[in-house]
Design a protein around this ligand. Structure first.
Ligand code: MG
Length: 407
């Protein structure tokens, strides 16, 4: 997590019924590029903030959709929405009672928020602003329909549109929600205005559209897929030595995150999971961010017997912090024994779980070397991995420089 994100909590408001959207499914759960609209926002927020700092307010009637949309994320239970947006946020804020710092409030209907926007909000909060709102100037000519059916051009000078995520000093927002519980504010920034407190504006983004009508989904799809046009691959390779399993069971054999009963274990500083190490290096390679030893030194006592899932998740977080997505990963394990095929599906499911990907985007293969070489002599296991990621072409811009800041 970047240092400037310290003290942030997040509330994603997903309690709307989406009456203008139509259809059987509320818009926040509609499918968009292989996941729900809501999940797009959550995946990006999870790259910035710890999962226990992110809460989602939902309509109690949407619990099943919510569970499907957030499967595998390990989020805290959802908060239940109220009759209005204001009531939903006011109720939800009680879950953050006593916390200091800022809270970021985001509408689930805006799945195209960007890493750049989050960075700029965090920076503005770190500068001490109590209420930060992204805005866009109105550039189209606006006309108002009058009661007699005629229309007249509105002066758009000084008019702008407000977007989410918005960030607020948490105790101040809590106090304002309690004080103005009887008002019907369409967003939280309005409450600051009611108390004549100033708002700090940052530039919104044209791409940060709000899904309102069904055709907005096609626009969002085009925005999101265009955003990840920079396709990169990385490869990783790792070897660990096989040694007899200690009689006291103090060390176990882990391959691709799965414990395998075997008379031998892999030797190493961490749990020596050769498959996850190769894949971690493949992801770091694709992201252009060094190698596993650079991020997790084998001399560091913190990683003694460490679960290598942590290393892999770190590499995935680096990809996500660059605004990227993982398209596909492919691991080849090279060994005579143990037999991999009985464990292949479990390994695939475990790697998919760590990376928060559908298992269809994870491949696990195995081969032998026909008795040749060190793997053939059963002295060790080798693993190769290839990762394909999709980054925004803007990933190299300075505002996305977050390398080495995630923990
Ligand atoms: Mg290794």
């Amino acid at each position: 997590m970047a240092h400037s994100n310290h003290g942030f909590s997040c509330l994603v408001v997903a309690a709307g019924s989406g009456t203008r959207f139509g259809g059987e499914m509320a818009k926040q759960y509609a499918p968009l590029l292989g996941k729900s609209v809501l999940r797009h926002s959550l995946d990006l927020l999870l790259a910035f903030f710890p999962k226990d700092k992110i809460r989602v307010a939902i309509d109690p009637g949407h619990a099943a959709h919510y569970a499907a949309a957030t499967e595998g994320l390990g989020l805290l239970p959802p908060l239940l929405g109220g009759r209005t947006r204001q009531e939903t946020v006011r109720n939800a804020l009680t879950a953050f009672a006593g916390e200091d710092g800022h809270i970021l409030i985001h509408d689930a209907a805006r799945p195209c928020l960007s890493a750049s926007m989050l960075s700029r909000l965090c920076d503005a909060a770190a500068s001490g602003h109590a209420a930060i709102v992204p805005v866009l100037p109105v550039t189209d000519t606006a006309r108002r329909l009058l009661s007699d059916g005629s229309t007249k051009t509105e002066d758009r000078t000084g008019l702008f549109l407000m977007q989410t995520p918005q960030a607020f000093h948490l105790p101040a927002l809590h106090r304002l929600h309690e004080k103005h519980a009887d008002k019907n504010a369409t967003d939280d920034a309005c409450l600051f205005e009611l108390d004549s407190m100033s708002l700090h504006f940052i530039a919104g983004e044209r791409d940060n559209i709000k899904i309102t009508l069904p055709e907005d989904l096609a626009t969002a799809e085009s925005i999101l897929s265009g955003r990840h046009g920079d396709i990169r691959t990385g490869q990783g390779y790792d070897v660990h030595r096989l040694v007899p399993a200690p009689a006291d069971g103090s060390r176990k054999l882990f391959i691709c995150g799965v414990e395998i009963p075997h008379g031998f274990v892999l030797e190493g500083h961490s749990d020596a999971d050769v498959g996850l190490h190769a894949l971690t290096d493949a992801l770091l390679g694709a992201a252009g961010d060094g190698d596993i030893g650079q991020h997790f030194s084998p001399q560091d006592p913190r990683w003694k017997n460490a679960d290598s899932a942590k290393f892999l998740r770190h590499a995935a977080d680096i990809v996500m912090a660059q605004g990227g997505i993982i398209s596909h990963v492919d691991i080849t394990l090279v060994c005579e024994a143990p037999k991999i095929s009985p464990h292949r599906d479990t390994m695939r499911a475990r790697v998919a779980e760590i990376l928060q990907l559908p298992p269809s985007r994870v491949s696990i293969k195995a081969t032998t070397t026909e008795g040749l070489g060190f793997t053939g002599r059963r002295e060790g296991i080798a693993a190769q991995a290839v990762a394909t990621i999709r980054l925004p072409f803007t990933a190299d811009l300075p505002h996305n420089e977050k390398k080495g800041t995630i923990v």
